[in-house]
Design a protein around this ligand. Structure first.
Ligand SMILES: Nc1ncnc2c1ncn2[C@@H]1O[C@H](COP(=O)(O)OP(=O)(O)OP(=O)(O)O)[C@@H](O)[C@H]1O
Length: 604
């Protein structure tokens, strides 16, 4: 249990609570648990003519104590994929990311760099912005917590919580980790050693140093919200995804929640937003940072359009802040809770979490140079499994991109569009006699299986995108690309004699079916690899108005006896390679004997 020894007023309040209820943490006299609505509805594709529906997705805002690394890019690419997918479905989608710029860590980092905190933050914030742009992260809002609009939102939010009696003055005494900006209970702390071999206390979870802290500040009545949080999670089984994290939070909530210190003395922390009405205190960096999601929604003036549809993407390291503190703050402010919190695990380097503090990071800008923006995005989303950590290795990226993007997908596009096989450079005609609806003609049973698999693919991909299981969606697409290549290989159109009418019809039908498959892959891949998808669709002559989710419904319409708008269309002019194979690096030994060109060791 975290120790909270509070001022006399607070102590008497707690005593009152204990006398009334016999234990701490479930007081219902002043603030009864707030009613929690069922929040989830299954997302559906917007039908033509229906009003646009809103969707709001956020990444965490990133702490600017060092430059961005691959882990940050992973959070951003995941959210970007969902944002692009929602746009394809006809949603009005907002996508926010940004930088978290207050707190002791920044104050210390700026001072170590000999810079003013704000100019230090601006420099690093721009690095995040530039890196995200280079990775084609199509955010609609980039927020910095040092902006005036944010300060206004935080001050309003704080005042609301204070006026409602959820924030009170007291003395906080307990463990604090500055690197994590986190309060810890004694059982979250263990013994460790620092770089000089001296005994120190560290956080069991992060391994970061912790210090005993005792100071007068403001506390939030987190203990009042345990029951409401449990009720929220039990009645919304998809509130936190994947399931294992939902269960984990419920498990955390089995223990009592101590009240949370939400300010620091200004004498210790100057770099932050002052507590309204008390210039001697600075608002706790996590309360400040979490409100960014509301600021972007337009809080406090006009925010409900976006706030009712907010979804967060977060790394598992910040689950407690997003799944306990944040919903409790929102309940206290009588604001709706997020629709979903999507949690992902970590990229590790040689088994250890890739992190600024450990310095074992991959520089995304270096990776982009070698693998391209889409190569890196594809790898992260195809290999990143939200439930478990994944170990990063350059060789894995090379193998995956070469086999799935260059050989399989690129090879298929090249086969269908190469002038040797497609001298007219058009989307060829489909012949129902060669490939009838019922088995016959020249098609064989495997060909019908291909058509069935690709017809089902958009539904499968949608289900997986909706749950942020990009890797499963990409696995399904990749399997269909392989089936399509086998289809072409099985029928060897290059061996057909196109001077014979029947052969020519069959030849064109093979190419038509392959191109229709490619068109579907191109549309579905847009949220993941926008540039590659654009190349495929442009080469097939598909216009930008024909690239929406709805356009996957007309797959192989000639086979179904309907008109096909693509037939006979002239192909796009770009005959370039879809994805150039990457050369494998032969590892060189560097001075320390490690391998060059892999994980960058930087001093934290
Ligand atoms: N290794 C990683 N794998 C996946 N995501 C990560 C990783 N590291 C950071 N992130 C993402 O970035 C968010 C913020 O991370 P943070 O700024 O604390 O980076 P960090 O490198 O872990 O820093 P520090 O070492 O200072 O704790 C995480 O919640 C997560 O969304």
């Amino acid at each position: 249990m975290m120790m909270i020894s509070q001022g006399s007023v607070v102590q008497s309040r707690i005593l009152l609570r204990v006398l009334k209820h016999g234990r701490l943490g479930e007081r219902t006299d002043l603030h009864p648990p707030l009613p929690v609505k069922r929040l989830h509805t299954d997302p559906v594709v917007r039908r033509r003519g229906e009003p646009r529906r809103s969707h709001y997705i956020s990444t965490p805002i990133f702490y600017v104590n060092a430059s961005p690394h691959l882990g940050h890019v992973y959070s951003a690419v995941t959210a970007d994929c969902l944002h692009r997918y929602k746009l394809l479905q006809g949603f009005d989608s907002k996508f926010s990311t940004g930088t978290d710029e207050h707190g002791l860590k920044i104050q210390q980092a700026a001072s170590a760099a000999g810079k003013e905190p704000l100019s230090f933050c601006t420099e690093v914030s721009h690095r995040f912005r530039d890196t995200f742009r280079s990775c084609n992260i199509a955010y609609t809002d980039f927020i910095r917590t040092t902006e005036d609009r944010h300060r206004h939102a935080v001050e309003h939010f704080w005042t609301k919580l204070f006026d409602k009696g959820f924030i009170y003055e007291g003395i906080y005494e307990g463990w604090y980790s500055t690197p994590d900006e986190s309060f810890l209970t004694p059982n979250q702390v263990t013994n460790g050693t620092d770089s000089m071999g001296r005994e120190i206390k560290i956080s069991t979870e992060s391994g970061h140093k912790v210090e005993w802290m005792k100071e007068h500040n403001y506390l939030f009545r987190l203990s009042d919200f345990r029951t409401s949080l449990q009720e929220w999670l039990r009645s919304n089984p998809k509130a936190i995804q994947p399931k294992k994290f939902h269960h984990l939070v419920l498990q955390w909530l089995e223990s009592e929640l101590p009240d949370l210190s939400v300010s620091r003395q200004r004498s210790r922390l100057q770099w932050g937003i002052p507590v309204p009405g008390d210039p001697e205190q600075t608002i706790y960096v996590w309360l400040d940072a979490l409100v960014n999601y509301l600021t972007v929604a337009g809080y406090p003036e006009k925010y409900s359009e976006w706030w009712n549809v907010v979804h967060h993407v977060v790394g598992k390291d910040i689950l407690k802040f997003h799944a306990i503190y944040w919903p409790a703050f929102l309940l206290a402010a009588e604001l709706p809770l997020p629709q979903a919190i999507y949690v992902h695990s970590h990229w590790t380097a040689q088994g250890k979490k890739m992190s600024k503090s450990l310095g074992n990071v991959v520089d995304p800008l270096e990776s982009l140079k070698r693998f391209t923006m889409d190569g890196l995005r594809y790898f992260l989303l195809r290999q990143g499994v939200p439930d478990m950590d994944c170990d990063y290795d350059d060789d894995k990226v090379v193998k995956l991109c070469n086999s799935e993007l260059a050989d399989s997908l690129g090879g298929l596009l090249n086969r269908c569009t190469a002038p040797s096989l497609n001298p007219e450079q058009v989307y060829p005609l489909f012949c129902n006699i060669s490939f009838p609806k019922v088995c016959g003609g020249r098609a064989v049973s495997e060909d019908y299986k291909l058509v069935e698999a690709v017809s089902r693919l958009p539904v499968l991909v949608k289900q997986n995108f909706d749950n942020l299981h990009m890797y499963k969606a990409l696995e399904a697409i990749s399997a269909c690309v392989r089936l399509t290549n086998s289809f072409v290989q099985r029928h060897t159109p290059w061996k057909l004699d196109c001077t014979e009418t029947e052969d020519k019809l069959w030849h064109d039908t093979i190419l038509h079916v392959s191109m229709e498959c490619l068109r579907i892959y191109g549309v579905l891949l847009q949220p993941v690899v926008p540039a590659i998808a654009d190349k495929i669709l442009s080469r097939l002559g598909v216009t930008s108005a024909e690239r929406n989710w709805d356009n996957t419904h007309d797959f192989l319409s000639k086979f179904e006896g309907r008109h096909c708008p693509y037939e006979g269309r002239v192909l796009g002019p770009d005959t370039g390679v879809l994805y150039r194979r990457i050369e494998r690096n032969i590892p060189k030994q560097n001075a320390e004997g490690g391998q060059k060109g892999k994980i960058k060791q930087v001093s934290p």
